[in-house]
Each structure stands twice: as structure tokens, then as C-alpha cells.
Design a protein around this ligand. Sequence first.
Ligand code: FAD
Length: 452
Amino acid sequence: MPITVRRRRWRTLSERPKALVVGGGLAGLTAAHFLEKAGADVEVFEAGDSVGGRVGTVQVEGGFIDVGAQFIHSNYDVVLSLISELGLEGNLAPLTSPITTIQRGHRYRMAFDSWNVPYLSVKERLRFNLQLGRLLLPRLRMRPHAEWPRSLDLDDAELGHYLRPRVGEDTFEYLIRPLMLSYAMAEPEGVSVAYFARSMAMYLSTKTFALRSGIAALTDALAQGKKVHLGAQVVRLLPDGPRRVVGIEVARGDRREEVRADAVVMAVPSPALAPLYDGWSDVERRFLDTFAYSPFPIATLRLRSPVDDPSYAVLPDRADGYRLSFLTLPQNKLPHCSPPAYLQCYILGPLGAGIIDEDDDTITGRVAQDLERIFPRVSRDVDWVRVDRYRHGFPHFAPGAYGRALQFRESVRSIQGLAVAGDFIEGGLLEGAALSGKRAAKAVSADLGLRR
Ligand SMILES: Cc1cc2nc3c(=O)[nH]c(=O)nc-3n(C[C@H](O)[C@H](O)[C@H](O)COP(=O)(O)OP(=O)(O)OC[C@H]3O[C@@H](n4cnc5c(N)ncnc54)[C@H](O)[C@@H]3O)c2cc1C
């Protein structure tokens, strides 16, 4: 059998293959990190005025507050290895504060194991665990992130339709919903059972951590020393023939310029990606036309005096008329880092999507009544408000979306010179974003003959 000896060709700096990464969120920065390590000459183009995307930390008097992603889970393999490589390991702080759910006027600590749920009857707990077993046993030891396609057989069923009759209304409302809000930032209706199974695999096998330095320390550290162009909106991928990309067109203010390269990694949410290229195949177009992100605002309020509650999060009872999905007390996530007297209000689902374009006062006004019910008189104590609007908040894995995302992921591989990253092609969340960036870098490195 002939043996092939591969010779490593040493390149000078100017000879290094050039890769452009579009999007300075975690997916793009992870791709840039691994491409640079493999020996590429990398430039990152970010439309916003800072890196991080949906990872953001704001400085406030007396500390900081994370306004986008909050938690890293113990099964985030890629994120945790980046954290250790970047020397941030010492900043990981476990979440120890409870999560409170409100059910018919009573407050309970949320269950973090599937049996110990005091507010459900023994029969309800049995039914829930039976269903959980049915869903998860075939996926025993599934790595929830890297192996999410193993849930594809559950992709066509809608969660409410599938689970409500099987577990009962109370379990759905007071256990499934809080779990979906906590682990997937999604109201449970309209998502696929596959997404639920992934979230539950995570819930049963994970510990939760925040970063004591603020979560943006991760994306800031990744961006450190890289060529990052801020305020650089990519408006078009440059084609050369039907399925080949040779660069990008960038708009900076009124100026437009074309930048050519050996490879382009697109790491932007799918709705931002769709209009940039005319050469999508039917499968790719079908995915891009149907896949959506849920938009929502988050209002961060500063109070004149802190509320006295040990919870990190409070999940109110929508059956009792609450409109707020949940609120959080950042100081109970990271005591001594986030100052007391702040509250963050998450308005998800149709209400969040409906009011995202309203002004700050209107958005906070919509949940003031709920706040009063949770912490009486608190809304009179608010002296500062900040609203963050996430137009591409969370990828929405509706029934069928996992399958279409996977087809898209496979299909775009046949476009020469292009790789796609982003949380939407790896099942969502920080780990999905980082994993997608790492995989995109690996594919590009292979194409360009770089070390991997
Ligand atoms: C409020 C909130 C809380 C969250 N909490 C958690 C959590 O606790 N744990 C967890 O694991 N995940 C959480 N997430 C999800 C997590 O933040 C995302 O999955 C992840 O950050 C997505 O990274 P990304 O790089 O794929 O996308 P993004 O972060 O959206 O990055 C995409 C970047 O591309 C840029 N861009 C877009 N279009 C263009 C263009 N044409 N040209 C140039 N640049 C462009 C954008 O400005 C953006 O910076 C949360 C998300 C939100 C919104």
C-alpha cells in the first residue's frame, strides 16, 4: 500500500491564507480564534460598536451587570475549554441562589431534580418522570450540545400538544414552563419536543456558573489582539460563479469597499445572513425563509433601595394574569460583583415581540403592575431604567426546525470559500455558538490546508 507523506509547507506571514469572519459574537470570535491558531491571517467585521453580540456586560455604579447571556453550564465543553485557555477559569462562580416560582399566589423554590417537586402530587411526579424517561432513555449519555441531532426523531411534534395531555395541565404550567424559561429562555408553546429533550438533558446533568469578571470578559479576551473592524456592516457576499464566495462588501458609514479573501466565515443570526447572498440553494433558502429568532426586550431597573429576597430569579404565574415571563436579581447571581438594588425584567413570547419597538417607558410600564404584585411598592422606587432590545434574541426551534437547520448546515458546505457559524446551526445557546465557530474554523482550515 503506498504511503503518502504530507510535507508541512512553512508560509511567510504575507503568504498566510486570508480568512474573513463576519460577526463579532461568540460564534465569530471562536472561529477567528481557531483560524488564527491554525495559521490563517484573520480579520473580523462587526456591524456594532463593540464585540460580543448577545454577550454583554455593562458597568454600573458599584459593579457591573450582564445584560445578555448569563450562564455557562458544566456541559459546555467548547466554552469551558476556551475559558481555561484564556485564563478565566478562576472567575467561574457557581449559581447558589434559588429560583422561585409563583403558583396560585404561593411561592416555591424551583425543583432542580425531576422528583423533588413539592407542589406536584406524587401521581403528577410519576407521570412527569415517566415521560422524561421515555424521551431521554433512548438518548442516554447524549451530549446535549455536540449531539443534539440525536433528537431529530422528536422534531416534528410540538411540545404543548405532545406533553400537556401526557403530564397534565399543572405539571406543564408549573414545572415544564419554568424549566423551559430557565434552560431555553422560551415559552413552552410552539417549540419542538426535540428542543425540549435537549433542554432536559442539560437540566438533569448540569451545574450552572456565571463569570465573576462579567460574561463579556470571555468575548473581550477572544477579541484581544485580533484585527477587529467595528462599525463594519457586511452588505453582500462577493460571488464568483454560482456556488463560490471570494470575499465581502462592507459598508462603513457612506463608504463601501470590497475585501477579498481565501475564505469567509459568516457568523451572524440567520435573518441577517439570508439577504447577503443570491446563490442559496432551494434547501438553504427554505431554511432561511422559515427559521425565526424570538425577539424580546429586557428592562434593567435600578431601585432606590434593594428588595429583600434571596432568589436569583422569580417566575410568575401567567395563569394568574402575570405578563412578565420572569425577573432576576443580578446581585444574587454574583454577590459583591453586581450591586444590590437592580432588577431585570424579561418579557418573552408574543408580548415581548409586540412591544420591542416601543419606547423604554412604555416597555417598563407594561410590566409595572406585575412588579408591584411580586415586590409591593417597588415600581415607585425605580430611579433609572435601561432597556436592551434583542431582535434576534433566541433561535426559535419550532417543530421541524432542527431538521431544516441540519439540512442547511450540510448543504452550505458545498459553497466554496464559505463557512457558516452561529448558535442557530448548533441548537442554540453559548455552547452552540462556540461549537459552530470551532467547527467552521475546522472546515475552513481543512479547505485551506492549514493545521487543524
Ligand atoms: C438576554 C439573553 C440571555 C441569554 N442567556 C444565555 C445563557 O444564560 N446561557 C447561554 O448559553 N446562552 C444564553 N443566551 C444565548 C447566547 O447569548 C447566544 O446563543 C450567543 O451569544 C449567540 O452568539 P452568536 O455569535 O451566534 O450570535 P450573536 O451574539 O448575535 O453575534 C452575531 C454578531 O453579528 C453581528 N452582525 C449581524 N449582522 C452583521 C453584518 N451584516 N455585518 C457585520 N456584523 C453583523 C451582530 O452585530 C452580532 O454582534 C442568551 C441570549 C440573550 C439574548
